[in-house]
Design a protein around this ligand. Sequence first.
Ligand SMILES: [Zn+2]
Length: 68
Amino acid sequence: MKKRFIAGAVCPACQKQDTLRWWKENDIEIVECVECQHTDRRVPQSVEQSEHLAKDKKQQVIGIFKPE
Ligand SMILES: [Zn+2]
């Protein structure tokens, strides 16, 4: 699997720069920090979008039924 470093990226866990590398596994983007072993997974765009839609719908429902 081809792993690529992300130039200029800062690890959210250890705050170090240029330690993050990413690759794709089963269409899921995985980001890993070589310093602290922090890993982050990113689901495919379509899944993210449907999650956002679901969230929006939930907020709308809450808005409609929100007691005044
Ligand atoms: Zn790190």
